[in-house]
Design a protein around this ligand. Structure first.
Ligand SMILES: [Zn+2]
Length: 389
């Protein structure tokens, strides 16, 4: 467990709480503190038991797009952009080995296969692992990277795409990444930019995100673990078109000299506090606007919510008054059908043809896929589809 007053990176200075969450329906309350000296922000109240519970949810991740042609997905395009970025700076040598940690359904592995690179993956969800295995000639390890049973090394490239911010023991994790790389190996990291959290996507301040990095704090952490940044970029205005929210991406190489510790400063701390304040004001405004649209004309039949998952759990913690008007939840995941979620029945998409409503609220991180799916259904033409994005 993170000490409540000690920064996990600096070890010595005091970190101050800068954010408290609302209680989620599961009873989880979380707190984010920020180190005044180095600007690293992190959940300081999470217990090992809560972390373990969250890891259990990763095991249950199931497919949102297994049946789709993978090459047409935004995730595949993203993987292509990520690999092109790496290739421009540090081309993978012939026969070079790649490891994608948190490989999900193997989208990056599939891209690598397409360009003639054999890539391995590590993924805790068995459902994801089974799909990922079909998309690579490499190995897919069905476990967490931190698992001591996993002993692998010699990789020229290790990719951590939206993984590091979920990890509790960032030091042990990065040490293992370093050990798993060849001497000339590089690590690619992509994660949300905490100086620019987007209010338009699945809530950013969530229990799953243990660390809230800025480019500066990530760079400091990497130097501490013997990595030199080759290139670091932040995308605040989403120029790539396929990124869901502003991200930092960095390519770093192992260096042989002893780790360097770079200090941050109070300015970064103040920036983060301002950013977090603004985030909550903007998000509240967004939800109030959505509330008006939801409750405008013809609201007597209530509304369906598409997405019976984590996104909805957080949404309804913020907008509990909506629940009374929810007819039920719709989800593509067949394993959820017939069960209850937040006290309402979860149904397949076809239910929309049987029980008509005037509004459907999309509440998922897979909104684009859902929207495409909805277009193929025979919903009434006057149904208004509202998106939380
Ligand atoms: Zn610190």
């Amino acid at each position: 467990m993170h000490d409540k007053t000690t920064c996990p990176i600096c070890k010595v200075t005091k970190a101050r709480p800068i954010l408290y969450s609302r209680r989620l329906p599961t009873g989880y309350v979380f707190r984010v503190s920020c180190c005044v000296d180095c600007g690293y922000a992190f959940q300081d109240s999470i217990t090992p038991e809560q972390y373990h519970l969250m890891n259990t949810t990763y095991l249950q991740y199931s497919s949102a797009m297994a049946t789709q042609e993978i090459e047409t997905t935004d995730l595949y395009k993203q993987a292509g952009l990520q690999m092109e970025f790496i290739d421009r700076l540090r081309p993978i040598p012939n026969g070079g080995r790649v490891l994608d940690i948190g490989c999900g359904e193997g989208v990056l592995l599939a891209y690598c296969k397409e360009i003639g690179i054999i890539a391995d993956g590590v993924e805790p969800s068995l459902s994801h692992t089974a799909i990922a295995e079909t998309r690579t000639d490499g190995a897919v390890y069905p476990m967490f990277f931190e698992d001591p049973r996993l002993e692998i090394d010699g990789y020229q490239l290790i990719t951590l795409r939206h993984v590091l911010e979920h990890v509790m023991d960032i030091h042990g994790f990065l040490d293992k990444v370093r050990q798993s790389l060849s001497t000339d190996g590089v690590v690619y990291i992509e994660l949300p930019d905490s100086l620019c959290p987007s209010v338009f996507i699945a809530p950013y301040f969530v229990p799953e995100h243990i660390s809230y990095f800025t480019a500066a704090s990530l760079k400091r952490l990497l130097s501490q673990h013997g990595f030199t940044v080759i290139r670091m970029e932040t995308f605040r205005d989403n120029p790539q078109g396929t990124m869901n929210y502003p991200v930092i991406r960095v390519l770093a190489k192992k260096h042989e000299t002893k780790p360097i510790f770079l200090m941050g400063g109070p300015i970064e701390y103040i920036d983060l506090v301002d950013t977090f304040d603004k985030y909550f004001t903007d998000r509240r405004r967004l939800l109030d606007d959505l509330d008006k649209k939801l409750r405008s004309n013809n609201f007597d039949r209530g509304f369906w919510v598409f997405g019976a998952g984590y996104h909805s759990e957080i949404l309804f913690a913020e907008m509990p008054e909506w629940l009374g008007d929810v007819v039920g939840f719709i989800d593509n995941d067949v394993s959820k059908h017939g069960k209850t979620f937040l006290g309402k029945l979860v149904c397949p998409p076809s239910v929309g043809n049987e029980i008509r409503v005037d509004r459907i609220l999309l509440s998922s991180i897979h909104e684009k896929e859902i929207l495409n799916g909805l277009m193929n259904l025979d919903w009434t033409s006057d149904t208004v589809i509202l998106s939380i994005y």
